[in-house]
Design a protein around this ligand. Structure first.
Ligand code: PRX
Length: 649
């Protein structure tokens, strides 16, 4: 597969203007920040690490986690691009996250603080979390889950979600967490692909004071994908649900049985055994199951979190993502626990019941590090400064951003109003596939608003032209990773060929990983992400394939063809515009557009609903029949349509 270089933002667009304006705006770290940094010599370490990547990761693997049996080799590249890390090592990530802390002074330390949408709060010490996870691990065993089996988890943002993940990992099974905002069809296809016999869910989830019927969605998904034999249901909302005898069990019933003993040994796992599958959108067809393995992943996420967020025992760290995405997997669940940190988790929406909810939480719990997405920052910024300034936010010392390019205006607001110009902002560029941060500052790196600054230690990133030569300063090109790293995805679940085609085919000759993003480097070598170059959209930081939305649209009986594009939006980064050709004789109108939106909602989920649906008679295509979305986009944005020599008609 090759991608035509088509940065998704036109050169004279907003991002270009922003980058040019912010390139020379430098924020140097304050002497206080540098003085307290865990890794003050980070810049030297970057040089050292690149000189000998294997020794560098060997040292991190010794330092960050425990091994039941030592590995024989740091990196095996004999089967590239199927790299192996810490070959022969035996370990378990749940052991590193919980068991080992439960035996030290951290036993009594808070591992997790949680607040529900309606203000209930719960805390878990490392000891208590360890026991709960052990109990649930025994429950899973009693349901017949064995090493190598997959367990699908579909829940709201509750403490039992991380518990279910950790319990699965503890017994050597593989979790596949499906974000609670996905519809029955998305859930069914993920269950089917992962072949999970056990599903863990909730009766419902709270969102903005209303309940979402998770169990109902599960019932429909299981009807469509009958591979599931047992469903474990956590009672969260108490709403009425149907429990199918012999298939559905209440979490609390199972956890009170004698089989749910609070003792459970962590299964010794091979470093390269699978840890989880996480479905994410690609260029074509159905979402792919990105597979991460245990050994390298745990080392990579612990190192990145410690270095970038400078995480210390006295911190109260809040990653406001959903555990159902990679940010949650790596930086809510696994890395903070491996580092023995105290994490905060909040169930609901940032502006519920009022736009000060987050700032109230920061004040109430004394949060020191906040990590969120530009779309949330922009969403809260829109309500004005007063909602934030009436709270004491002085506990904050570091801020973070992830998921899409942050526009400098939002960066500056975050810096000034939330961070009171005292908190460095860690703009971390990475992907589901990279496992952890790739291009990111640390607290000692000078910042520019809107730039992820420099590649992390041991990471060799570059912006290159189609022929692989490096781009000059301020020239847009393909963002590639030139060396393997321990946190990298290992394959696409059940489809190794797709793994090669998707990530390693574009620069096969050089053996580089292609991210799918376009970027540029400025005169100081700082990286600026432009956006996706493929048919992947980022909507409110969520990742969606145009193909997913298009196939949902054409699955409606009145639609014969559809094309979907992302259009820049101030709040969401991008919104979806859909162009539909209807069956002959059918006329489009507002009611049909609404019906199609509802249809997309049930086929994929609310995040995929187009902001606008336009009915058209034809779509611009190449002679080989590929839809030229670039032309549709240029038309919507009123931009020059550029080269049309490949246009069929
Ligand atoms: O386009 C980049 C964008 O998000 C994509 C990865 O999406 P996903 O796999 O859902 O992971 C999101 C959380 C890690 C990337 O290809 N992206 C992510 N972080 C940034 C970003 N774009 C610009 N700046 C970022 N900090």
């Amino acid at each position: 597969m090759t991608t035509t270089l088509e940065p998704n933002i036109h050169p004279d667009s907003q991002r270009e203007v922003e980058i040019l304006a912010a390139e020379s705006e430098i924020y140097h770290p304050s002497p206080e920040v540098v003085a307290q940094a865990l890794i003050p010599n980070y810049m030297d370490l970057r040089t050292e690490a690149l000189a000998d990547v294997e020794s560098y990761w060997d040292a991190r693997a010794q330092e960050m986690v425990d091994w039941f049996e030592p590995y024989e080799k740091v990196l095996d590249d004999s089967g590239k691009p199927f790299y192996k890390w810490f070959v022969g090592g035996k370990t378990n990530i749940a052991y590193n996250a919980l068991d080992r802390h439960a035996k030290t002074w951290r036993k009594n330390k808070l591992a997790m603080i949680w607040e529900s949408e309606d203000g209930e709060h719960r805390t878990y010490s490392f000891f208590r979390l360890w026991q709960e996870v052990n109990k649930f691990a025994n429950v899973l065993k009693s349901m017949g889950v064995k090493k190598g089996d997959t367990v699908t988890i579909y829940m709201g943002r509750v403490p039992e979600l991380p518990m279910a993940m950790l319990a699965t990992a503890k017994i050597g099974a593989i979790h596949s967490v499906v974000y609670g905002g996905f519809s029955e069809q998305s859930l069914a296809s993920r269950i089917e692909d992962a072949q999970s016999k056990v599903l863990v869910t909730c009766d419902g989830a709270w969102l903005r004071g209303k309940t979402v019927n998770l169990k109902e969605i599960v019932d429909e998904a299981v009807r469509r994908s009958p591979v599931v034999q047992s469903v474990i249901v956590l009672k969260r909302t108490g709403q009425p649900v149907t429990m199918e005898q012999g298939r559905d069990y209440w979490w609390h019933d199972l956890m009170s049985l004698p089989i749910a003993s609070p003792k459970c040994e962590s299964e010794p796992m091979d470093a390269e055994d699978p840890l989880f599958i996480l479905y994410t959108s690609g260029t074509t067809g159905k979402p792919k199951g990105v597979l991460h393995t245990i050994g390298g992943y745990q080392v990579y996420i612990a190192t990145t979190l410690q270095y970038v967020f400078d995480l210390k025992d006295e911190d109260r760290y809040w990653c406001a993502a959903d555990p159902g995405w990679i940010t949650g997997h790596s930086y809510i669940v696994y890395a903070p626990l491996i580092l023995g940190a105290t994490s905060f988790m909040y169930e609901g929406a940032p502006d519920y019941p009022y736009p000060n909810r987050w700032w109230q939480l920061v004040e109430k719990y004394g949060i020191t590090i906040l990590y969120t997405a530009p779309t949330a920052i922009r969403g809260l910024m829109r309500f004005g400064d007063a909602w934030a300034t009436r709270h004491d936010l002085s506990s904050l010392r570091l801020l973070g951003s992830v998921g899409e390019p942050i526009n400098p205006e939002a960066w500056r607001w975050y810096h000034r109003v939330i961070g009171k110009e005292q908190c460095p902002i860690m703009d971390t560029w990475w992907q589901t596939e990279t496992g952890g941060f790739m291009i990111t500052p640390t607290p000692v790196v000078p910042l520019k608003p809107g730039s992820g600054t420099l590649p992390f230690t041991g990471i060799e990133a570059d912006v290159v032209r189609e022929d692989g030569t490096s781009c000059g300063p301020n020239e847009d090109g393909y963002l590639v990773l030139k060396k393997p790293w321990p946190g990298m995805a290992r394959t696409v679940w059940g489809d190794p060929e797709r793994y090669i085609q998707q990530y390693w085919a574009e620069f096969a000759k050089q053996g580089w990983y292609f991210s799918g993003d376009s970027a540029r480097k400025d005169d100081d070598g700082y990286f600026w992400i432009i956006g996706r170059m493929d048919d992947v959209l980022k909507v409110s930081g969520y990742r969606l394939g145009t193909a997913e939305v298009e196939s949902a649209l054409v699955s409606h009986k009145l639609v014969s063809e559809a094309a979907v594009i992302g259009v820049p939006d101030e709040l969401k980064g991008n919104v979806i515009y859909a162009f539909c050709i209807l069956n002959s004789g059918v006329t489009g109108n507002g009611d049909l557009a609404d019906e199609l939106k509802r249809h997309v909602r049930t086929e994929v989920g609310p995040i995929a609903v187009p902001a606008k649906i336009e009915f058209v008679d034809s779509l611009p295509k190449t002679r080989s029949g590929k839809i030229m979305r670039r032309l549709l986009k240029a038309q919507v944005l009123g931009q020059p349509i550029g080269d049309t020599s490949t246009l069929a008609d």
